[in-house]
Unconditional design. Structure first.
Length: 372
């Protein structure tokens, strides 16, 4: 059994790339524990004073660009010199025009070689981030594995990894690979990049797997619905349980993501999508997740004015009744009763608020039996 040494003990001895690679080898098909945090340079970044950002956001990255210009102006300068030079400079984690401009001013091959070295060998996140930014300004296909690996440390490197992969011909497949192995903010960056590329080649995945249940899904749920033409998929005759379940998750997210992303009010096909989901839900086998998603959607529709649901009043009322017709069925209630122990706190809240508002009844028996 291989054991990853404590980052604090290693200090600068292990690179960020090697850290990501080791964790990926231990968890090849899933999300890295804690998204790969803490990073090997965590102690150094925690103990030293944080780098100040300039007040004018238009100047973010300008200091790093000056360092790059100076570096590329010297033909004999080594990429390793940039690690120390960039250590105390504020480096944005998103695409930055100043850094991109510095990359475009320099020799393309040298920029590519420098970016590769910094991503693979940097022991400090600032230099690794600049290296990834240099690769994001390029389109070389052979850099995809390198970008994917550092992108697994997605809370920090996710934005630039998504930007870099989006620019490459085989980027859609690479982005999907990464999306299956990141969570939290990293998933937001990667799924949004998939949506920007268009659904070609990724539509099936976006329609079934984009939302993983995290509240941050609110930032991209509407983008997924739009880019993947969800309303066409759910109204077709070729639907499956994965598609229907994921549609339920998307709809549930879109009921409660105001201020984050697109809501049902802003999604024109909302009435068609809701009607189709409710109809297909009625033909599925009952499960706890299906029940809870449907009840949360119905609760939102019943509580909000019709226009907030993207519907006319008669449409909204009809759709609520469709959901309620499923939720009051004995086999569906039984599924919730059997699964209530999975999360007793959530179940208590759900019964006391959502089920009570919808007047689903019968659950009072469940609560009383639990209290005895």
């Amino acid at each position: 059994m291989s054991v990853t040494p404590e980052p604090g003990l290693l200090g600068p001895q292990i690179t960020l790339f090697e850290h990501a690679l080791r964790l990926h080898q231990q968890h090849p098909d899933g999300v890295l524990p804690r998204n790969g945090e803490p990073y090997p340079d965590e102690e150094r970044h925690r103990l030293r004073p944080s780098t100040r950002r300039v007040r004018d956001q238009r100047l973010y990255g300008a200091d790093a660009a000056v360092i790059l210009d100076s570096h590329f102006s010297r033909p004999d300068a080594q990429a390793s010199e940039l690690v120390d030079a960039l250590r105390d400079v504020y480096v944005p984690i998103h695409r930055n025009d100043h850094i991109v401009a510095a990359a475009l001013r320099a020799d393309r091959q040298r920029v590519r070689q420098t970016g590769r070295w910094l991503v693979r060998h940097s022991t400090d996140r600032n230099a690794a981030t600049v290296g990834l930014a240099l690769l994001a300004a390029d389109q070389a296909e052979e850099d995809i594995p390198l970008i994917q690996t550092i992108g697994l440390l997605s809370n920090h490197f996710g934005p630039l990894a998504a930007e870099a992969l989006q620019r490459r011909r085989e980027g859609a497949e690479a982005l999907q690979w990464l999306a299956e192995r990141v969570a939290g903010w990293g998933r937001v960056y990667v799924v949004e990049a998939l949506c920007r590329r268009g659904a070609a080649g990724s539509r099936a995945w976006l329609l079934r797997h984009a939302c993983d249940g995290d509240y941050l899904n609110g930032y991209f749920a509407g983008k997924v619905a739009t880019a993947a033409h969800l309303y066409e998929a759910i109204t077709s005759t070729d639907t499956d349980d994965e598609l229907i379940d994921h549609t339920g998750r998307l709809l549930r997210v879109m009921t409660d993501c105001g201020g984050m992303g697109m809501t049902l009010e802003d999604y024109p096909p909302a009435p068609v999508l809701l009607t189709a989901h409710a109809a297909r839900l009625a033909r599925q086998q009952p499960t706890v997740n299906r029940y809870v998603d449907a009840a949360m959607i119905a609760d939102y529709l019943a509580a909000k004015p019709p226009h907030r649901c993207g519907c006319r009043a008669e449409q909204r009322d009809r759709i609520v009744q469709q959901y309620l017709a499923v939720l009051v069925r004995p086999d569906w209630r039984a599924a919730v009763y059997e699964g209530r122990g999975l999360n007793s706190d959530f179940f208590a809240w759900f019964i006391g608020h959502v089920a009570a508002r919808l007047r689903l009844g019968a659950f009072s028996d469940v609560v009383e039996s639990d209290e005895q």
